[in-house]
Write a protein that binds this ligand. Structure first.
Ligand SMILES: [Zn+2]
Ligand SMILES: [Zn+2]
Length: 265
């Protein structure tokens, strides 16, 4: 399989995953034009995208969905709750409802030879999920927008060859930063976002012998820096799990440009 991040962070998220036969987008939280440009940078033709998976209805995950769908007419897969919120979101404009496909958390489905496993995440949206994607060779695990992680999340991402995991904020920067108190509580709460240290702890628990690369994503613009996230995660991995940089490569997804196209086999 292959994976690339097109945009990553609190202001917009869009990911690409696929293999030789199937190409999908995960979230459309940036403009259609930026999605197309990002796919182009990854070397993927927009016309080859055959499905869009949506994690939840927050605008940083759906704001490009209306324009994208009116141009590309590809099926949209999301939970019933997420689809309801998408329908209510006037700023998206008209979206052809025949494109909507209801998915249920913990119920796998196939897009061509790609097996999609949606799983519930603890986040303050209506019915949010994240995804694990597998084909007959490899498995990619993704999880952003989660306030905490538990055995269910770990189980859902178990056995991944590649991970894309949230490292949203540095706790001290969040605490001392400019956000209003209520927003700080929301972000740090168990239905908010993962801080750098928790991200490292979660990755350490998910390390298996097939896993050799992790990309950190959904970094806060105000409450984190790429180098800080990277250092904090590597610290946790080395200190608590004895995992070296040689065993597990960790990098950060760029905020508003396409990442490398990672080939996972
Ligand atoms: Zn969210
Ligand atoms: Zn988000």
């Amino acid at each position: 399989m292959q994976f690339g991040s097109i945009a990553s962070g609190s202001s917009g998220n869009c990911l690409y995953a696929g293999n030789d036969d199937v190409h999908v987008l995960i979230d459309t939280g940036i403009s259609k034009k930026r999605i197309e440009t990002g796919l182009d940078e990854l070397g993927i033709d927009s016309k080859d995208i055959s499905a869009v998976l949506i994690t939840h209805e927050h605008s940083d995950h759906i704001q490009g969905l209306g324009v994208w769908s009116r141009k590309h007419h590809v099926p949209i897969y999301a939970t019933r709750g997420t689809l309801k919120e998408i329908q209510r979101c006037r700023s998206l404009g008209e979206i052809d409802e025949s494109l909507f496909h209801v998915i249920r958390p913990e119920e796998d489905f196939y897009l061509g030879n790609l097996r999609v496993h949606p799983f519930t995440i603890p986040h303050d949206a209506r019915d949010p999920v994240s995804f694990r994607l597998s084909d007959d060779r490899t498995t990619i695990g993704m999880a952003t927008d989660l306030g905490t992680f538990d055995d269910h999340i770990l189980k859902s991402l178990e056995g991944s060859h590649f991970l894309y995991i949230e490292a949203n904020h540095d706790l001290r920067m969040l605490e001392t930063g400019p956000y209003p108190y209520a927003l700080k509580c929301r972000i740090a709460g168990s239905f908010g976002h993962l801080c750098n240290e928790m991200s490292g702890q979660m990755i350490g628990r998910l390390k298996n012998e097939k896993l050799d690369r992790v990309v950190l994503g959904h970094l806060s613009k105000e409450n984190n820096f790429p180098d800080l996230a990277l250092a904090a995660v590597k610290d946790e991995l080395a200190r608590d799990f004895d995992i070296t940089e040689k065993e597990l490569q960790v990098s950060v997804a760029p905020r508003s440009a396409a990442s490398d196209l990672f080939r996972i086999d």
